[in-house]
Write a protein that binds this ligand. Structure first.
Ligand code: URA
Length: 335
């Protein structure tokens, strides 16, 4: 990954983010703004206030700055990062973009300014080059080099390696061990976490936990089709025809199911280890599919959800997803 280069803001060999014409317009507006004496204040964007006036996207290219009789700069909210469609924040609200980026772990404030100057930062779909832009992190969509950066401080995205025998629930009426026990301290501290989908009690492996409602909703929604990967130890020696059958589709009692990929990894004495990738989220789907082709599951581990991998995380442990993983997760569900 090229992330470290981005983190410290050193020059990047990739082409700049989209929006060159916006940049030109931004510079033209900045020049006009400076001409009026408005050199330091940012346009405030990202707040979704109903009824707020929408600005039209800048279309013009560099023109000589116009001396105008417009009102003093303090009242205008015009600055180097003309915001196109964004309602403006009331004066004094919002946070400086470089500060938001620094807090999100993208780079130091200084390096974040560099990223902005290099045209690598987008806010709500527009490239920002001017310094001083203020945004509302609760609503602004910020991307660096095209990858979404989650700037809402309160959002957490966690990967849990659920141990076998644990329920995928936040509490259990019967007092059985559940994932809620593993995140109990976080919940007690006020984090409103929920698990994204479920694993059977007997299934181990990757379970995502978050308080990010939108990403969780999309990850569990079939229309976003995020692939999940499982390793299954099954009874019997799996032959080649099994993969073909599974890829073509198998009729289950609640309708047909197909797998995207199927691979035999090991053949042992009366057992096989297979890898299976599918988008389906129906209950017991992997166990039912493998039973339907004559190979009941002995052990099942989920290893990947879209771009997030379990890796060598130990059972029962939690880890906070990295910024890149969260960015890819957002991308996987079109956010
Ligand atoms: N398929 C299953 O059979 N069980 C799980 O826990 C997940 C997918």
């Amino acid at each position: 990954m090229s992330t470290p280069a981005r983190r410290d803001g050193t020059p990047d060999r990739r082409k700049p983010a989209r929006g060159g014409s916006v940049d030109r317009a931004v510079r033209a507006r900045a020049a006009q703004s400076a001409e009026r004496g408005n050199t330091s204040r940012g346009v405030r964007i990202g707040k979704k206030s109903p009824g707020a006036q929408k600005a039209t996207p800048p279309r013009q290219v560099a023109q000589p700055p116009v001396v105008s009789n417009a009102k003093p700069a303090r009242r205008q909210n015009v600055a180097s990062a003309e915001s196109g469609n964004h309602p403006k924040l009331p004066w004094g609200e919002g946070e400086r973009l470089q500060k938001v980026l620094a807090r999100a772990g993208v780079a130091s404030r200084r390096a974040a300014e560099e990223l902005i100057a290099q045209g690598r930062v987008e806010v709500d779909g527009l490239v920002v080059r001017g310094q001083g832009l203020r945004i509302d992190p609760r609503h602004a969509v910020v991307r660096v080099d095209g990858t979404r950066v989650v700037v809402r401080e309160e959002l957490v995205h966690l990967a849990l390696n659920k141990p076998k025998g644990w329920q995928s629930t936040m509490s259990d009426d019967l007092g059985r061990p559940c994932v809620g026990d593993i995140v109990a301290e976080r919940v007690a501290a006020g984090q409103r976490l929920f698990h994204v989908g479920r694993l059977d009690a007997d299934t181990e492996g990757l379970l995502l936990l978050t308080n990010d409602g939108e990403v969780a909703h999309r990850l569990t929604h079939p229309s976003y089709e995020v692939a999940k990967t499982y390793l299954a130890t099954v009874r019997g020696v799996v032959d080649r025809a099994v993969g073909k059958r599974l890829r073509e589709g198998v009729e289950l009692d609640d309708g047909p199911a197909v797998v995207d990929r199927f691979q035999v990894l090991e053949l042992g004495e009366g057992r096989s280890l297979v890898k299976i990738v599918l988008h389906e989220g129906r209950k017991h789907i992997v166990r039912r599919l493998l039973s339907a082709v004559g190979h009941p599951v002995v052990r099942l581990v989920r290893t990947d959800i879209g771009p997030v991998a379990l890796g060598n995380q130990r059972p029962g442990t939690l880890r906070v997803l990295g910024r890149d993983e969260v960015g890819k997760l957002y991308e996987a569900v079109s956010l």
